[in-house]
Design a protein around this ligand. Structure first.
Ligand code: RAT
Ligand code: ZN
Length: 446
């Protein structure tokens, strides 16, 4: 328990950042038991939607997205490799990620020779189960939380009738975007197919039953770009009215100053209020909100065509106020939302911020967001999640984030040391563990 000398701080923080086993609280990964849903290997790495978007910035006009997507994955990967790694320097974070991953897997020679065939040969020799374990241990990830979508039949079949077994490296999250989108067509089609009544109670029972099957850590959804939630303001319960003067819909929305809907996304807000929140409360499951995606800004690019919008942080404030008994995990996509979100988390014990999501998952932005969060929240937040879609991405996403977050933390400790505050390695370890999983687990348990 010897106090660290100021000159030792940076090295100790680096060491502790390297050794900590992180909790990756949001990914799109699947275990090997889920067959084709598990993405891994060089062709999946190269066809990551971040790289597809980058490829189309400069692709020849003749390569229309529809004909690109119609070609086999290996062809798409060849195009991206040639354009972004051979004809140009791989400077973007998504490109650098491929390099870090290959380097850490020991493919230095193939990288130096830019030998895509050699890289493919190496991956072809890997056994998915053993490789999965190797990636988790190389990345230092204790466990990851998947994104499990019952509304998607290709996924649902891995859960029912028989639930596929998977290792302790994977945990589940029950994703319900169609509810927040107000996409009753999708919801009711799933209810009908599974013999549930097409009612709000039917939707609640559907969620309860899927929660029973999936045993999720939390319920989750991303909000559509035009999502609005009126909730009830923390003013002692006065009700807002929707623009047309109507209050709520069936099942008593708006009654007793509960909530009223505003007209932009009434169905999404209604389904949140009458389906998601009651089930979350009943099952004591937190709700993870992802705010700020603008889906299909360029629909021809598929997932690569999603953009960003500055979400209204006030929606989350109203949610936290209206439902103090429900726990919310939240992450925002726009850089401009981060400051307001941090102040909000400082006010609401039922809110936990996590990660630097997607367009914020770049070293320069992680640096800025982490410093700001530490300054406002101390260690009561989760500094990062990977959002990995391809197993191997765990390696680079965590390696890059550990470095930046460590540099920021070391800087904060140096300023503590300047006041005469003494810090031990054990305390650094404790803080690092909190930032990369411990604070999340504490929030989940409280
Ligand atoms: O980061 C991503 O891969 C996005 O495409 C989204 O999946 C996002 O993370 C989400 O979960 O909605
Ligand atoms: Zn995601």
């Amino acid at each position: 328990m010897r106090p660290l000398r100021p000159g030792e701080i940076a090295r100790v923080v680096r060491d502790e950042m390297e050794r900590v086993q992180v909790v990756d609280l949001h990914t799109h990964l699947f275990p090997p038991s889920h067959g084709d849903l598990m993405l891994w290997g060089i062709d999946d790495l190269l066809t990551y939607h971040y790289l597809i978007a980058e490829y189309f910035q400069t692709a020849p006009r003749a390569m229309a997205p529809a004909s690109f997507f119609a070609r086999p994955k290996a062809f798409q990967a060849d195009m991206i490799w040639a354009a972004l790694f051979v004809q140009r320097s791989p400077l973007s974070e998504a490109c650098k990620g491929v390099l870090t991953t290959l380097e850490k897997l020991g493919l230095r020679q193939e990288l130096r020779a830019r030998d895509l065939s050699g890289i493919r040969r190496w991956f072809a020799e890997q056994d998915p189960d053993a490789y999965c374990e190797k990636v988790f241990s190389l990345a230092g990830v204790k466990y990851c939380v998947m994104t499990n979508i019952p509304f998607d039949p290709t996924e649902a079949k891995h859960w029912r009738p028989a639930k596929k077994a998977y290792t302790r490296r994977f945990r589940s999250a029950l994703r319900v975007d169609p509810l927040l989108k107000g996409d009753w067509e999708t919801v009711s089609a799933c209810l009908t197919a599974a013999n549930y009544p097409q009612t709000l109670e039917g939707a609640r029972q559907y969620l309860r039953d899927w929660a029973e099957t999936m045993q999720p850590e939390y319920l989750m959804a991303s909000t559509p770009h035009d999502f609005q939630y009126a909730g009830k303001e923390g003013d002692g319960g006065s009700c807002q009215s929707s623009k047309d003067g109507k209050k709520g819909g069936q099942e008593g929305i708006g009654q007793g100053c509960g909530v009223t809907m505003i007209d932009k996304s009434p169905k999404g807000a209604e389904l949140l209020e009458k389906v998601l929140i009651p089930v979350a409360e009943e099952l004591s499951l937190p709700i993870a909100m992802k705010l700020g995606a603008h889906r299909a800004v360029n629909p021809s690019l598929g997932t690569a065509g999603d953009g960003l919008v500055a979400a209204d942080v006030g929606d989350l404030r109203r949610l936290c106020t209206a439902h103090p008994q429900v726990k919310f995990l939240a992450t925002f996509l726009a850089r401009v939302s981060q400051h307001e979100a941090a102040v909000l988390a400082n006010k609401f014990p039922n809110l936990h911020l996590y990660g630097c999501w997607w367009y914020c998952n770049n070293p320069s932005i992680i640096r800025e967001i982490t410093a700001m969060r530490l300054e406002i929240l101390g260690t009561a937040f989760t500094a990062q999640h990977s959002d990995a879609r391809v197993l191997d991405q765990l390696i680079y996403k965590w390696s890059h984030s550990r470095r930046v977050i460590g540099e920021v933390l070391a800087g904060e400790y140096v300023s503590l040391a300047q006041t005469g505050w003494k810090l031990t390695r054990e305390e650094v370890r404790r803080d690092v563990e909190r930032l990369l999983g411990g604070a999340y687990e504490e929030f989940m348990q409280k």
